[in-house]
Design a protein around this ligand. Sequence first.
Ligand SMILES: Nc1ncnc2c1ncn2[C@@H]1O[C@H](COP(=O)(O)OP(=O)(O)OP(=O)(O)O)[C@@H](O)[C@H]1O
Ligand SMILES: [Mg+2]
Length: 486
Amino acid sequence: MFSLSDMPSTSAVLSTYTTFAASAVLVRTVINEVQNVSNQIVPKGLQEKIMSKLGFLMGNLSSTMCIIIDETNGLSNNEVFEAAEVYLRTRINTSVKQLKVSKVPREKNLSVTINKGEEIIDNFDGMLLKWKFVCVETQKTTLDSDNNNFSNEIVERKSFELRFDKKFKDKVLDSYLPFVLERSKAIKEEKKVVRIHALGYYGEVDGAWGPWGSVNLQHPSTFDTLAMDPTLKQELIEDLNRFVRRRHFYKRVGKAWKRGYLLYGPPGTGKSSLVAAMANYLKFHVYDLELASLHSNAELRRLLVTTKNRSILVIEDIDCSINLENREDGGEYSPNPMIKKNQFTLSGLLNFIDGLWSSCGDERIIVLTTNHKDRLDPALLRPGRMDMHVHMSYCTFSGFKILASNYLGIKSHCRFNEIERLMVEVEVTPAEVAEELMKSEDVDAAMEKVVKFLCKKRSERVGKIEGGREKKVTGKKRKARSRDEQ
Ligand SMILES: Nc1ncnc2c1ncn2[C@@H]1O[C@H](COP(=O)(O)OP(=O)(O)OP(=O)(O)O)[C@@H](O)[C@H]1O
Ligand SMILES: [Mg+2]
């Protein structure tokens, strides 16, 4: 059994080290040896002192540099750690022996990470980078204020160690780590599940409690499946692209980074489907705001501040939600008849859109939908509030082809010409056409249904016109008769 006096002193160890200092390899061997021996005989505190001195000298000799990336940065999370976690999941290769797999309830996919102590080798621009996931258990003592007792708990401190050749220090800090941050952002974006938030119950949103409850937006609508004027569709996609890439532009010209879209058109022309397509395209969460459930402008403001950036706020059927023609008298309106008038106003809404809205978020989109654009106050429609007005019209033949391809997987059919002619004559909504297309899985039968439906619509229309003429004629006849009688 060794006694403490048998143990080599710090200075002895250091002088041993100096003797071998010429060779880094030998020093490492010495360190390992000292570590092995000291593990058995040296008290822990002294052991750490010796090893830190040796490590320091060793570090000076080695050509390797190590960056420690801790999970937290004081009280806040360390974004570099989070980014590394996400990025390294995509770099797991066969050299890793132990993985950890988990799944959170709302996520579709499994989350795969490396276990503690595992290493991942990465290459970047001619550099070799070695990542190690380190997890150290420490004891944390806390005072229980209820009974004034101290309690101990074991907490895990996680970090990554990133090792690379010293000569690449600048390149790692200036290029590689920013690259890891960027990549992780892109990976998160790809995996983002779009959610739709609605009022009505208090729900947990991203770990915080707030007035919005949310579920995954499972609306399958995309720009590809949407039947709308192809030029308008392209313009809208370009407008959205321009909006999201112009962060610096908005800053430079001193404008809030927000954009308003008014979607108008008859029922069943795809306004709500377009909102879903926009959300799926941009991967923005949706906040579905029902004005009828609000009681005051103050409530609107409170709700607004709890919405996140990179989101779409939707107010559907705006013409039905609020009296929008009476801004002069304050747009007094109370959606809830039990509550006094004058609490929730049009000017409140306008302020919300370009006053307050401007000051409390980035990359925000607001969408208003209506069946009656003409009923809206022009103040609401001006650029800066509703920047782009999108008319969702009755189904055109090009829209029909998108629906046919979508529902039946066909690009052409012998009835297409007939359908094209009929569509010029009648007004049908994409919703009506979609309904007919769904009535049969057999392509010919489905086409027949569409043709029949369009013919029926046409005869209804002709009937109406003739009925109208008839009425006019009988009206005239009646007048003439009464003149004769006089
Ligand atoms: N332009 C379209 N492209 C593809 N499908 C459409 C389109 N318009 C309507 N549909 C189909 O009809 C259904 C109803 O459409 P949607 O709810 O988007 O219409 P809307 O214009 O919002 O109607 P409303 O004014 O009544 O709210 C959709 O689920 C979709 O299946
Ligand atoms: Mg709708």
